[in-house]
Design a protein around this ligand. Sequence first.
Ligand code: FAD
Length: 478
Amino acid sequence: MHRVSGGVFARLCGSRISNQLNENVCNYSRSLVSPQNGPKIAVVGAGPAGFYAAQHIAQARPDATIDIYEKLPVPFGLVRFGVAPDHPDVKKCISTFNKTAELPNITFYGNTALGRDISLKQLKQCYNSVLLSYGAEEDQRLGIPGEHLKNVTAARSVVSMYNGLPGAQGVEINLDTETVVIIGIGNVAVDVARLILTPIDVLRKYDTTEDWLEKLRSSRVKRVVLIGRRGPLNISFTVKELREMLKLENVRPVFHKEQYLPFKEQVAKQERGRKRVIELLFKSALTEPEPETAERWARAEKEMELKLLRSPLEFLPGRDGKSVEKIKLAVNVMKGDTVMETKETEEIETGLVLRSIGYKSIQADKDLPFNDKKGVAKNVDGRVSEGVYAAGWLATGPRGVIVDTMGTAFKIGANVVADLEKGHKENPGRSGMPSLPKSTSWKDWRKLEKIEMEAGKLIGRPKEKITSVSEMLSKIQS
Ligand SMILES: Cc1cc2nc3c(=O)[nH]c(=O)nc-3n(C[C@H](O)[C@H](O)[C@H](O)COP(=O)(O)OP(=O)(O)OC[C@H]3O[C@@H](n4cnc5c(N)ncnc54)[C@H](O)[C@@H]3O)c2cc1C
Protein backbone atom coordinates (compact mmCIF):
# COMPACT_ATOMS: atom_id res chain seq x y z
CA MET A 1 0.00 0.00 0.00
CA HIS A 2 1.49 3.33 -0.98
CA ARG A 3 0.63 6.29 1.14
CA VAL A 4 1.03 10.01 0.64
CA SER A 5 2.72 11.85 3.44
CA GLY A 6 0.48 13.37 6.10
CA GLY A 7 1.43 16.85 4.92
CA VAL A 8 0.61 16.15 1.30
CA PHE A 9 -2.56 14.38 2.28
CA ALA A 10 -3.62 17.14 4.62
CA ARG A 11 -3.10 19.60 1.78
CA LEU A 12 -5.15 17.47 -0.58
CA CYS A 13 -7.83 16.27 1.77
CA GLY A 14 -7.84 18.84 4.49
CA SER A 15 -7.65 22.00 2.48
CA ARG A 16 -7.02 22.38 -1.23
CA ILE A 17 -9.19 19.77 -2.93
CA SER A 18 -11.50 19.48 -0.03
CA ASN A 19 -12.12 23.21 0.29
CA GLN A 20 -13.10 23.24 -3.32
CA LEU A 21 -15.29 20.20 -2.72
CA ASN A 22 -16.80 21.67 0.42
CA GLU A 23 -17.69 24.79 -1.49
CA ASN A 24 -19.38 22.67 -4.15
CA VAL A 25 -21.25 20.75 -1.46
CA CYS A 26 -22.46 24.07 0.01
CA ASN A 27 -23.44 25.52 -3.38
CA TYR A 28 -25.34 22.37 -4.03
CA SER A 29 -27.30 22.55 -0.78
CA ARG A 30 -28.29 26.12 -1.60
CA SER A 31 -29.67 25.13 -5.00
CA LEU A 32 -31.45 22.00 -3.87
CA VAL A 33 -34.02 20.60 -6.27
CA SER A 34 -36.99 18.63 -4.90
CA PRO A 35 -35.88 14.99 -4.76
CA GLN A 36 -39.49 13.73 -4.93
CA ASN A 37 -39.22 12.17 -8.39
CA GLY A 38 -35.47 12.02 -8.64
CA PRO A 39 -33.44 8.81 -8.63
CA LYS A 40 -33.08 6.82 -5.42
CA ILE A 41 -29.52 5.78 -4.63
CA ALA A 42 -28.32 3.35 -1.95
CA VAL A 43 -24.71 3.43 -0.80
CA VAL A 44 -23.51 0.52 1.36
CA GLY A 45 -20.51 1.30 3.57
CA ALA A 46 -19.74 4.71 5.11
CA GLY A 47 -15.97 4.74 4.58
CA PRO A 48 -14.11 7.13 2.25
CA ALA A 49 -15.34 5.37 -0.92
CA GLY A 50 -19.00 5.61 0.13
CA PHE A 51 -18.75 9.25 1.19
CA TYR A 52 -16.79 10.44 -1.83
CA ALA A 53 -19.10 8.60 -4.26
CA ALA A 54 -22.19 10.00 -2.48
CA GLN A 55 -20.70 13.49 -2.62
CA HIS A 56 -20.08 13.24 -6.35
CA ILE A 57 -23.58 11.93 -7.08
CA ALA A 58 -25.19 14.57 -4.84
CA GLN A 59 -23.37 17.33 -6.69
CA ALA A 60 -24.17 16.00 -10.16
CA ARG A 61 -27.78 15.02 -9.40
CA PRO A 62 -29.28 17.47 -6.90
CA ASP A 63 -32.62 15.71 -7.41
CA ALA A 64 -31.29 12.35 -6.13
CA THR A 65 -32.15 10.89 -2.73
CA ILE A 66 -29.14 9.09 -1.29
CA ASP A 67 -29.32 6.64 1.62
CA ILE A 68 -26.05 5.46 3.16
CA TYR A 69 -26.24 2.11 4.98
CA GLU A 70 -23.37 1.30 7.37
CA LYS A 71 -22.74 -1.86 9.39
CA LEU A 72 -21.46 -0.04 12.48
CA PRO A 73 -23.47 2.53 14.44
CA VAL A 74 -20.70 5.04 13.57
CA PRO A 75 -19.30 6.20 10.20
CA PHE A 76 -15.90 6.68 8.49
CA GLY A 77 -14.58 3.09 8.12
CA LEU A 78 -10.80 2.91 8.16
CA VAL A 79 -10.42 6.65 8.71
CA ARG A 80 -11.70 6.01 12.24
CA PHE A 81 -10.60 2.37 12.66
CA GLY A 82 -7.47 2.01 10.46
CA VAL A 83 -5.44 5.23 10.19
CA ALA A 84 -2.92 5.39 13.03
CA PRO A 85 -3.99 7.66 15.91
CA ASP A 86 -0.70 9.58 15.76
CA HIS A 87 -1.57 10.66 12.17
CA PRO A 88 -4.42 13.07 12.97
CA ASP A 89 -3.82 15.13 9.79
CA VAL A 90 -4.94 12.20 7.66
CA LYS A 91 -8.32 12.25 9.40
CA LYS A 92 -9.10 15.80 8.29
CA CYS A 93 -11.15 14.40 5.40
CA ILE A 94 -13.82 13.75 8.05
CA SER A 95 -14.87 17.39 7.87
CA THR A 96 -15.74 16.90 4.17
CA PHE A 97 -17.66 13.71 5.00
CA ASN A 98 -19.61 15.59 7.69
CA LYS A 99 -20.69 18.21 5.17
CA THR A 100 -21.80 15.52 2.73
CA ALA A 101 -23.75 13.61 5.39
CA GLU A 102 -25.54 16.77 6.47
CA LEU A 103 -26.94 17.53 3.01
CA PRO A 104 -30.74 17.47 3.28
CA ASN A 105 -31.25 14.60 0.85
CA ILE A 106 -28.55 12.29 2.23
CA THR A 107 -29.57 10.01 5.09
CA PHE A 108 -27.27 7.82 7.17
CA TYR A 109 -28.50 4.47 8.50
CA GLY A 110 -25.89 3.09 10.87
CA ASN A 111 -25.95 -0.33 12.54
CA THR A 112 -27.39 -1.72 9.30
CA ALA A 113 -25.37 -4.39 7.52
CA LEU A 114 -25.75 -5.79 4.05
CA GLY A 115 -26.18 -9.55 4.42
CA ARG A 116 -27.52 -9.19 7.98
CA ASP A 117 -30.24 -6.52 8.05
CA ILE A 118 -30.73 -5.80 4.36
CA SER A 119 -30.11 -7.75 1.15
CA LEU A 120 -28.88 -6.82 -2.29
CA LYS A 121 -32.16 -8.10 -3.73
CA GLN A 122 -34.18 -5.65 -1.59
CA LEU A 123 -31.86 -2.79 -2.46
CA LYS A 124 -32.13 -3.53 -6.18
CA GLN A 125 -35.91 -3.60 -5.95
CA CYS A 126 -36.18 -0.29 -4.08
CA TYR A 127 -33.38 1.86 -5.53
CA ASN A 128 -32.37 2.93 -9.03
CA SER A 129 -28.66 2.56 -8.26
CA VAL A 130 -26.93 0.53 -5.55
CA LEU A 131 -23.30 1.43 -4.86
CA LEU A 132 -21.44 -1.05 -2.67
CA SER A 133 -18.41 0.31 -0.83
CA TYR A 134 -18.08 -1.95 2.19
CA GLY A 135 -14.28 -2.25 2.14
CA ALA A 136 -11.94 -5.21 2.67
CA GLU A 137 -12.10 -6.50 6.22
CA GLU A 138 -10.42 -9.92 6.08
CA ASP A 139 -6.69 -10.31 6.30
CA GLN A 140 -4.68 -12.48 3.91
CA ARG A 141 -3.12 -15.57 5.43
CA LEU A 142 0.33 -17.01 4.79
CA GLY A 143 -0.76 -20.65 4.50
CA ILE A 144 2.32 -22.06 6.25
CA PRO A 145 2.58 -24.64 9.05
CA GLY A 146 1.91 -23.37 12.57
CA GLU A 147 -0.20 -20.40 11.48
CA HIS A 148 -2.99 -21.66 13.77
CA LEU A 149 -0.77 -21.32 16.86
CA LYS A 150 -1.73 -18.98 19.67
CA ASN A 151 -0.14 -15.51 19.33
CA VAL A 152 0.09 -15.72 15.54
CA THR A 153 -2.49 -13.20 14.42
CA ALA A 154 -3.35 -10.38 12.02
CA ALA A 155 -1.65 -7.00 12.46
CA ARG A 156 -5.12 -5.61 11.94
CA SER A 157 -6.15 -7.02 15.37
CA VAL A 158 -3.64 -4.61 16.87
CA VAL A 159 -4.82 -1.76 14.61
CA SER A 160 -8.43 -2.49 15.64
CA MET A 161 -7.50 -2.52 19.30
CA TYR A 162 -5.57 0.74 19.32
CA ASN A 163 -8.31 2.38 17.25
CA GLY A 164 -11.25 1.02 19.27
CA LEU A 165 -13.04 -1.10 16.64
CA PRO A 166 -16.03 -2.73 18.34
CA GLY A 167 -15.30 -6.40 18.97
CA ALA A 168 -11.52 -5.94 18.97
CA GLN A 169 -10.99 -5.14 22.62
CA GLY A 170 -11.32 -8.74 23.80
CA VAL A 171 -8.74 -10.08 21.32
CA GLU A 172 -5.60 -11.35 23.02
CA ILE A 173 -2.44 -9.49 21.97
CA ASN A 174 0.55 -10.87 23.81
CA LEU A 175 2.97 -8.08 24.69
CA ASP A 176 4.46 -10.21 27.47
CA THR A 177 7.41 -11.01 25.20
CA GLU A 178 10.72 -9.32 24.36
CA THR A 179 10.38 -9.71 20.59
CA VAL A 180 7.43 -9.11 18.27
CA VAL A 181 7.73 -10.20 14.64
CA ILE A 182 5.67 -8.46 11.95
CA ILE A 183 5.46 -10.12 8.55
CA GLY A 184 5.23 -7.39 5.94
CA ILE A 185 7.00 -4.13 5.18
CA GLY A 186 4.15 -1.85 4.18
CA ASN A 187 2.82 1.20 5.99
CA VAL A 188 0.43 -0.84 8.14
CA ALA A 189 3.35 -2.97 9.39
CA VAL A 190 5.34 0.16 10.23
CA ASP A 191 2.30 1.81 11.90
CA VAL A 192 1.83 -1.24 14.12
CA ALA A 193 5.54 -1.44 15.01
CA ARG A 194 5.50 2.26 15.90
CA LEU A 195 2.34 1.97 17.99
CA ILE A 196 3.92 -0.89 19.95
CA LEU A 197 7.17 1.02 20.59
CA THR A 198 6.00 4.61 21.07
CA PRO A 199 6.22 5.84 24.67
CA ILE A 200 2.83 5.98 26.39
CA ASP A 201 3.18 9.68 27.21
CA VAL A 202 3.49 10.47 23.51
CA LEU A 203 0.54 8.26 22.49
CA ARG A 204 -1.70 9.79 25.16
CA LYS A 205 -1.87 12.98 23.11
CA TYR A 206 -3.84 11.15 20.41
CA ASP A 207 -7.16 9.35 20.26
CA THR A 208 -5.82 5.83 20.84
CA THR A 209 -7.87 3.71 23.25
CA GLU A 210 -7.26 3.45 26.98
CA ASP A 211 -7.27 -0.36 26.43
CA TRP A 212 -4.21 -0.07 24.21
CA LEU A 213 -2.41 2.29 26.61
CA GLU A 214 -3.18 -0.20 29.39
CA LYS A 215 -1.65 -3.02 27.31
CA LEU A 216 1.46 -0.91 26.69
CA ARG A 217 1.85 -0.23 30.42
CA SER A 218 2.58 -3.90 31.03
CA SER A 219 4.44 -4.48 27.74
CA ARG A 220 7.85 -6.21 27.91
CA VAL A 221 8.56 -5.65 24.21
CA LYS A 222 12.09 -4.44 23.50
CA ARG A 223 12.40 -5.36 19.84
CA VAL A 224 10.06 -5.36 16.85
CA VAL A 225 11.34 -7.13 13.72
CA LEU A 226 9.73 -6.40 10.35
CA ILE A 227 10.21 -9.16 7.81
CA GLY A 228 10.25 -8.56 4.03
CA ARG A 229 10.51 -11.25 1.37
CA ARG A 230 12.24 -9.04 -1.19
CA GLY A 231 15.19 -6.62 -1.10
CA PRO A 232 15.47 -2.97 -0.03
CA LEU A 233 14.39 -1.65 -3.45
CA ASN A 234 11.02 -3.33 -2.89
CA ILE A 235 9.96 -1.94 0.46
CA SER A 236 6.41 -0.60 0.37
CA PHE A 237 6.36 1.87 3.26
CA THR A 238 6.64 5.57 2.43
CA VAL A 239 9.10 8.26 3.39
CA LYS A 240 6.98 9.73 6.16
CA GLU A 241 6.79 6.37 7.93
CA LEU A 242 10.54 5.81 7.52
CA ARG A 243 11.31 9.25 8.99
CA GLU A 244 9.05 8.52 11.94
CA MET A 245 10.86 5.20 12.43
CA LEU A 246 14.23 7.00 12.51
CA LYS A 247 13.02 9.62 14.98
CA LEU A 248 11.12 7.41 17.39
CA GLU A 249 11.97 8.23 21.00
CA ASN A 250 13.98 5.57 22.86
CA VAL A 251 14.08 3.33 19.75
CA ARG A 252 17.13 2.38 17.68
CA PRO A 253 16.49 1.41 14.04
CA VAL A 254 18.43 -1.70 12.99
CA PHE A 255 19.37 -2.27 9.35
CA HIS A 256 21.58 -5.05 7.97
CA LYS A 257 24.21 -3.51 5.69
CA GLU A 258 24.79 -6.69 3.69
CA GLN A 259 21.15 -6.58 2.54
CA TYR A 260 21.71 -3.17 0.92
CA LEU A 261 25.20 -3.31 -0.58
CA PRO A 262 24.33 -5.48 -3.64
CA PHE A 263 21.59 -2.99 -4.67
CA LYS A 264 23.46 0.25 -4.03
CA GLU A 265 24.06 1.08 -7.70
CA GLN A 266 20.34 0.88 -8.49
CA VAL A 267 19.23 3.59 -6.07
CA ALA A 268 19.84 6.39 -8.57
CA LYS A 269 17.75 4.57 -11.19
CA GLN A 270 14.56 4.50 -9.09
CA GLU A 271 11.49 6.25 -10.42
CA ARG A 272 10.87 9.73 -9.01
CA GLY A 273 7.97 8.79 -6.76
CA ARG A 274 9.99 6.18 -4.84
CA LYS A 275 13.44 7.72 -5.00
CA ARG A 276 13.13 9.76 -1.80
CA VAL A 277 12.23 6.83 0.40
CA ILE A 278 14.79 4.49 -1.20
CA GLU A 279 17.57 7.09 -0.88
CA LEU A 280 16.77 7.74 2.76
CA LEU A 281 16.61 4.01 3.46
CA PHE A 282 20.02 3.32 1.90
CA LYS A 283 21.55 6.37 3.58
CA SER A 284 20.22 5.23 6.96
CA ALA A 285 21.43 1.67 6.44
CA LEU A 286 24.86 2.38 4.97
CA THR A 287 26.16 5.62 6.47
CA GLU A 288 27.10 6.60 10.00
CA PRO A 289 24.45 8.81 11.64
CA GLU A 290 25.21 12.35 12.87
CA PRO A 291 26.89 12.27 16.31
CA GLU A 292 23.75 13.50 18.07
CA THR A 293 21.62 10.80 16.44
CA ALA A 294 24.28 8.15 17.08
CA GLU A 295 24.24 9.09 20.76
CA ARG A 296 20.44 8.96 20.92
CA TRP A 297 20.41 5.52 19.29
CA ALA A 298 23.17 4.25 21.57
CA ARG A 299 21.06 5.22 24.59
CA ALA A 300 17.81 3.72 23.22
CA GLU A 301 16.39 0.77 25.12
CA LYS A 302 14.27 -0.59 22.26
CA GLU A 303 14.86 -1.63 18.65
CA MET A 304 12.93 -1.61 15.42
CA GLU A 305 14.69 -3.99 13.03
CA LEU A 306 14.18 -4.31 9.28
CA LYS A 307 15.03 -7.82 8.12
CA LEU A 308 14.82 -8.14 4.36
CA LEU A 309 15.23 -11.07 1.97
CA ARG A 310 13.53 -13.49 4.35
CA SER A 311 10.43 -15.67 3.78
CA PRO A 312 8.49 -17.19 6.67
CA LEU A 313 8.57 -20.99 6.41
CA GLU A 314 6.99 -22.19 9.63
CA PHE A 315 5.87 -21.15 13.10
CA LEU A 316 7.17 -23.39 15.86
CA PRO A 317 5.37 -23.94 19.19
CA GLY A 318 6.91 -23.73 22.63
CA ARG A 319 6.76 -26.40 25.33
CA ASP A 320 2.97 -26.08 25.72
CA GLY A 321 2.59 -27.16 22.08
CA LYS A 322 0.02 -24.38 21.58
CA SER A 323 1.71 -20.97 21.54
CA VAL A 324 4.25 -19.72 19.05
CA GLU A 325 7.83 -19.64 20.32
CA LYS A 326 9.84 -19.26 17.12
CA ILE A 327 9.51 -18.35 13.50
CA LYS A 328 11.63 -20.14 10.92
CA LEU A 329 12.70 -18.05 7.92
CA ALA A 330 14.25 -18.89 4.56
CA VAL A 331 17.09 -16.62 3.46
CA ASN A 332 16.33 -15.28 -0.03
CA VAL A 333 18.36 -13.80 -2.86
CA MET A 334 17.19 -11.57 -5.68
CA LYS A 335 17.92 -12.65 -9.26
CA GLY A 336 16.96 -9.55 -11.21
CA ASP A 337 13.37 -8.90 -10.18
CA THR A 338 12.75 -12.45 -9.01
CA VAL A 339 13.10 -13.49 -5.40
CA MET A 340 14.50 -16.97 -4.76
CA GLU A 341 14.73 -18.96 -1.54
CA THR A 342 18.12 -20.46 -0.69
CA LYS A 343 18.62 -23.53 1.49
CA GLU A 344 19.87 -21.33 4.31
CA THR A 345 17.38 -20.78 7.15
CA GLU A 346 17.30 -18.85 10.42
CA GLU A 347 15.02 -18.63 13.43
CA ILE A 348 13.79 -15.79 15.63
CA GLU A 349 12.40 -16.36 19.11
CA THR A 350 9.16 -14.50 19.60
CA GLY A 351 5.97 -14.47 21.65
CA LEU A 352 3.86 -12.59 19.07
CA VAL A 353 3.76 -12.77 15.27
CA LEU A 354 1.59 -10.32 13.32
CA ARG A 355 0.68 -10.88 9.67
CA SER A 356 0.55 -7.69 7.62
CA ILE A 357 0.45 -8.94 4.04
CA GLY A 358 -2.80 -7.42 2.80
CA TYR A 359 -6.57 -7.65 3.04
CA LYS A 360 -9.46 -9.03 1.05
CA SER A 361 -13.18 -8.37 0.88
CA ILE A 362 -15.91 -10.84 1.66
CA GLN A 363 -19.02 -11.66 -0.32
CA ALA A 364 -21.45 -9.95 2.06
CA ASP A 365 -24.47 -11.01 0.01
CA LYS A 366 -24.83 -14.23 -2.00
CA ASP A 367 -26.27 -12.31 -4.97
CA LEU A 368 -23.13 -10.18 -5.38
CA PRO A 369 -20.90 -11.50 -8.20
CA PHE A 370 -17.62 -12.09 -6.39
CA ASN A 371 -14.06 -13.04 -7.29
CA ASP A 372 -13.03 -15.31 -4.39
CA LYS A 373 -9.44 -15.57 -5.51
CA LYS A 374 -8.83 -11.82 -5.55
CA GLY A 375 -11.30 -11.10 -2.75
CA VAL A 376 -13.08 -8.32 -4.70
CA ALA A 377 -16.55 -7.75 -6.19
CA LYS A 378 -16.49 -8.64 -9.90
CA ASN A 379 -16.66 -5.32 -11.71
CA VAL A 380 -15.57 -3.41 -14.79
CA ASP A 381 -14.78 0.23 -13.92
CA GLY A 382 -16.97 -0.17 -10.86
CA ARG A 383 -19.94 -1.59 -12.80
CA VAL A 384 -21.06 -4.92 -11.30
CA SER A 385 -24.41 -5.46 -13.05
CA GLU A 386 -27.25 -3.22 -14.22
CA GLY A 387 -27.77 -0.60 -11.52
CA VAL A 388 -25.19 -2.16 -9.16
CA TYR A 389 -21.75 -0.65 -8.64
CA ALA A 390 -18.72 -1.29 -6.41
CA ALA A 391 -16.25 1.33 -5.19
CA GLY A 392 -13.24 1.56 -2.86
CA TRP A 393 -11.33 -1.47 -1.64
CA LEU A 394 -14.29 -3.76 -2.37
CA ALA A 395 -13.78 -2.97 -6.07
CA THR A 396 -10.03 -2.41 -6.36
CA GLY A 397 -8.63 -4.63 -3.62
CA PRO A 398 -6.70 -3.11 -0.71
CA ARG A 399 -4.71 -0.70 -2.84
CA GLY A 400 -3.68 2.85 -2.23
CA VAL A 401 -4.48 5.54 0.24
CA ILE A 402 -7.52 7.69 0.86
CA VAL A 403 -6.64 10.02 -2.01
CA ASP A 404 -6.58 7.03 -4.40
CA THR A 405 -9.89 5.81 -2.99
CA MET A 406 -11.30 9.30 -3.50
CA GLY A 407 -10.23 9.32 -7.15
CA THR A 408 -11.82 5.97 -7.99
CA ALA A 409 -14.97 6.73 -5.95
CA PHE A 410 -15.49 9.98 -7.92
CA LYS A 411 -15.10 8.04 -11.19
CA ILE A 412 -17.60 5.40 -10.13
CA GLY A 413 -19.97 8.09 -8.87
CA ALA A 414 -19.66 9.63 -12.37
CA ASN A 415 -20.55 6.25 -13.93
CA VAL A 416 -23.68 6.08 -11.75
CA VAL A 417 -24.66 9.58 -12.90
CA ALA A 418 -23.96 8.76 -16.57
CA ASP A 419 -26.10 5.60 -16.40
CA LEU A 420 -28.95 7.56 -14.79
CA GLU A 421 -28.91 9.95 -17.75
CA LYS A 422 -30.70 7.20 -19.71
CA GLY A 423 -33.72 7.72 -17.43
CA HIS A 424 -34.92 5.96 -14.30
CA LYS A 425 -38.01 4.19 -12.96
CA GLU A 426 -39.93 5.68 -10.05
CA ASN A 427 -38.57 3.39 -7.35
CA PRO A 428 -39.72 3.76 -3.72
CA GLY A 429 -36.24 4.04 -2.17
CA ARG A 430 -36.11 3.74 1.62
CA SER A 431 -39.91 3.61 2.01
CA GLY A 432 -39.97 0.26 0.18
CA MET A 433 -37.31 -1.28 2.43
CA PRO A 434 -38.02 -3.27 5.60
CA SER A 435 -38.16 -1.28 8.83
CA LEU A 436 -34.85 -0.97 10.65
CA PRO A 437 -35.74 -0.46 14.32
CA LYS A 438 -32.13 -0.71 15.49
CA SER A 439 -30.55 1.63 12.95
CA THR A 440 -28.70 4.73 14.09
CA SER A 441 -29.05 8.18 12.54
CA TRP A 442 -26.49 10.89 11.80
CA LYS A 443 -27.82 12.79 14.83
CA ASP A 444 -27.14 9.71 16.98
CA TRP A 445 -23.57 9.60 15.68
CA ARG A 446 -23.03 13.29 16.47
CA LYS A 447 -24.32 12.60 19.98
CA LEU A 448 -21.82 9.75 20.42
CA GLU A 449 -19.03 11.93 19.06
CA LYS A 450 -19.85 14.59 21.66
CA ILE A 451 -19.89 11.98 24.46
CA GLU A 452 -16.49 10.67 23.30
CA MET A 453 -14.99 14.19 23.27
CA GLU A 454 -16.37 15.03 26.69
CA ALA A 455 -15.08 11.76 28.15
CA GLY A 456 -11.68 12.54 26.61
CA LYS A 457 -11.63 16.03 28.12
CA LEU A 458 -12.07 14.59 31.61
CA ILE A 459 -8.85 12.60 31.24
CA GLY A 460 -6.91 15.20 29.24
CA ARG A 461 -7.17 13.36 25.93
CA PRO A 462 -8.72 14.38 22.54
CA LYS A 463 -11.47 11.78 22.94
CA GLU A 464 -12.19 8.44 24.53
CA LYS A 465 -13.75 6.17 21.95
CA ILE A 466 -16.70 3.98 22.81
CA THR A 467 -15.56 0.52 21.83
CA SER A 468 -18.67 -1.65 21.87
CA VAL A 469 -21.81 -1.57 19.77
CA SER A 470 -24.07 -2.25 22.76
CA GLU A 471 -22.53 0.64 24.70
CA MET A 472 -22.94 2.91 21.67
CA LEU A 473 -26.61 1.96 21.40
CA SER A 474 -27.29 2.42 25.10
CA LYS A 475 -25.54 5.83 25.12
CA ILE A 476 -27.69 6.90 22.17
CA GLN A 477 -30.82 5.93 24.07
CA SER A 478 -29.74 7.50 27.34
C1 FAD B 1 -4.42 -0.08 9.01
C2 FAD B 1 -4.61 0.90 7.90
C3 FAD B 1 -4.05 2.17 7.99
C4 FAD B 1 -4.22 3.08 6.95
N1 FAD B 1 -3.64 4.31 7.06
C5 FAD B 1 -3.80 5.22 6.06
C6 FAD B 1 -3.20 6.51 6.17
O1 FAD B 1 -2.51 6.84 7.14
N2 FAD B 1 -3.40 7.39 5.14
C7 FAD B 1 -4.17 7.07 4.05
O2 FAD B 1 -4.35 7.92 3.17
N3 FAD B 1 -4.73 5.83 3.91
C8 FAD B 1 -4.57 4.91 4.89
N4 FAD B 1 -5.12 3.67 4.77
C9 FAD B 1 -5.91 3.35 3.55
C10 FAD B 1 -7.37 3.86 3.65
O3 FAD B 1 -7.87 3.58 4.91
C11 FAD B 1 -8.21 3.24 2.53
O4 FAD B 1 -7.71 3.73 1.29
C12 FAD B 1 -9.70 3.57 2.60
O5 FAD B 1 -10.19 3.53 3.92
C13 FAD B 1 -10.54 2.60 1.76
O6 FAD B 1 -11.88 3.06 1.80
P1 FAD B 1 -13.16 2.13 1.63
O7 FAD B 1 -14.32 3.05 1.76
O8 FAD B 1 -13.02 1.31 0.42
O9 FAD B 1 -13.12 1.09 2.86
P2 FAD B 1 -13.32 1.29 4.42
O10 FAD B 1 -12.63 2.48 4.91
O11 FAD B 1 -12.97 -0.02 5.02
O12 FAD B 1 -14.91 1.52 4.60
C14 FAD B 1 -15.84 0.47 4.45
C15 FAD B 1 -17.05 0.72 5.35
O13 FAD B 1 -18.03 -0.29 5.07
C16 FAD B 1 -18.56 -0.78 6.29
N5 FAD B 1 -19.07 -2.15 6.09
C17 FAD B 1 -18.38 -3.31 6.10
N6 FAD B 1 -19.21 -4.35 5.86
C18 FAD B 1 -20.45 -3.84 5.68
C19 FAD B 1 -21.72 -4.43 5.41
N7 FAD B 1 -21.88 -5.75 5.24
N8 FAD B 1 -22.82 -3.61 5.32
C20 FAD B 1 -22.68 -2.24 5.49
N9 FAD B 1 -21.49 -1.65 5.74
C21 FAD B 1 -20.38 -2.44 5.83
C22 FAD B 1 -17.39 -0.71 7.25
O14 FAD B 1 -17.82 -0.72 8.61
C23 FAD B 1 -16.74 0.61 6.83
O15 FAD B 1 -17.31 1.70 7.52
C24 FAD B 1 -4.96 2.72 5.78
C25 FAD B 1 -5.51 1.44 5.69
C26 FAD B 1 -5.33 0.53 6.73
C27 FAD B 1 -5.91 -0.86 6.61
